[in-house]
Design a binder for this molecule. Structure first.
Ligand code: PLP
Ligand code: ZN
Length: 413
């Protein structure tokens, strides 16, 4: 029983057999959607689609386009199934009645990217790929390096040398071959494609390999299980996602589309993409009303969403336009404030992770959503990976001599 029956191009609509293509559409380089056997899946009950014994994204194995469950006893089997919180203080502060924060920092390598890399590594095993390569701003590389290490797979990572040091350290510790490029992410991306061609590696690049979105869609399945199945919502759920290349948001859209097609949800959630004003290529397209993504010269402290030309821009745009969502931009200062807001409820986010909350605040201000809309905000990554930005968000701590009088002075002020 094959669950994965082919691909469809997001630009020309052309369909391909599973063995016919590996990355993008040969006609127009469009991103490919993985097609599952929806007819077969329609006959399954909710209980048959979820293996509740598996506390990871692998609980949705019947909906995943791989044939083997790999990595028993390793960290690859703890990717996903992240917690969802509803902090009362934050609800009150924002003035919304129903709010969930899904915290991806609890993934094994501390970002959302583990979802994609777990599936990618499983796919690589299936097709017998020996070396997996990716370009990364840090998290995708760490996720690949970590998941690959778990199952003794070799990985090569191209990253900008300006990536936060904690992320680079992570790559090295997981034992990947790390290559730092003295240029930006877009340049590392291009170079990784040339190396893939030259050395015959298997490429994980975001917005290039169709399987990354298949991993990322599992967040939508978890939102379905954690929020939609256990609450009677009388309005569509509004999901806020930070966007760089646009693969997380398109993966989440794909996940909800899968569920809709097989009759597991009756109403699509509304999806809101959040970008920094310094890296707003998809927002710009959204505002222009056209499906044309024009490169920007990215400059934002949110390194994980700093992208000149998004590699999954078209599908990312449609995630909002096809679900009655929207795109929102926020200043870097608002991102720093959102890091502090999350910190106050015990969640430590990196800048890109907090961009979704900054986006929600902006959307509330602009009236795109209101107090009665049920809202879910995704924190995509851990603040421990970018301590410099965290210090900017938090400010300085006072330094005193170790005498009680000094403490008293401080406490009084
Ligand atoms: C990669 C990443 C994003 C953005 O995902 P895209 O697929 O590039 O849009 C957001 N937040 C974090 C922490 C990331 O690592
Ligand atoms: Zn095409």
């Amino acid at each position: 029983m094959a669950k994965f029956i082919g691909y469809q191009c997001s630009i020309c609509g052309k369909e391909y057999e599973p063995g016919e293509v590996t990355y993008t559409c040969p006609e127009d380089n469009g991103n490919l959607d993985v097609i599952l056997d929806y007819q077969e899946l329609k006959n399954k009950t909710t209980a048959e689609l979820i293996n509740k014994n598996e506390s990871s994204l692998w609980r949705y194995f019947p909906l995943l386009p791989v044939s083997d469950l790999i990595g028993e006893g390793t960290t690859i089997r703890s990717a996903g199934w992240t917690p969802t919180f509803s902090p009362p203080q934050l609800k009150k502060e924002l003035g919304v009645n129903q709010l969930w924060i899904k915290d991806e920092s609890s993934n094994p390598t501390a970002s959302f990217k583990d979802r994609a890399s777990a599936i990618l590594v499983a796919r690589a095993k299936e097709i017998g790929a020996e070396v997996i390569v990716t370009a990364s701003t840090g998290n995708a590389g760490a996720a690949l390096a970590g998941m690959a290490a778990a199952v003794e797979q070799d990985s090569v990572i191209f990253a900008p040398e300006t990536a936060p040091p904690a992320k680079i350290a992570q790559l090295l510790i997981y034992g990947a071959q790390v290559i730092l490029v003295n240029d930006n992410y877009d340049a590392a991306y291009k170079l990784s494609l040339e190396a893939t061609e030259e050395f015959g590696w298997y490429n994980r690049n975001t917005g290039y390999n169709p399987f990354t979105a298949e991993g990322k869609k599992t967040a939508a399945y978890e939102i379905w299980e954690q929020v939609l199945l256990s609450n009677q919502l009388d309005r569509p759920l509004c999901v806020f996602v930070s966007v760089g290349d646009g693969n997380i948001i398109s993966g989440i859209h794909k996940g909800f589309k899968d569920l809709y097609k097989i009759g597991q949800i009756k109403q699509m959630p509304r999806i809101f993409g959040c970008q920094s004003t310094g890296s707003a290529a998809i927002y710009n397209a959204y505002k222009s009303g056209k499906e044309e993504i024009i490169a920007v010269s990215a400059d934002t402290l949110a390194d994980s969403i700093s992208v000149n030309l998004p590699s999954d821009g078209l599908r990312a745009l449609r995630a909002a336009t096809q679900t009655d969502g929207a795109y929102i931009v926020v200043e870097d200062q608002a991102i720093l404030t959102a890091i502090a807001d999350l910190g106050k409820v015990g969640i430590f986010a990196e800048p890109a992770g907090a961009t979704s909350l900054a986006g929600l605040k902006q959307a509330l201000q602009d009236g795109l959503v209101g107090e009665d809309d049920p809202i879910l905000v995704l924190n995509t990554g851990s603040g421990l990976k970018d301590v410099k930005a965290a210090m900017q968000a938090a400010g300085e701590a006072p330094v005193i001599s170790p005498v009680l009088g000094e403490v008293k002075k401080l406490i009084r002020s």
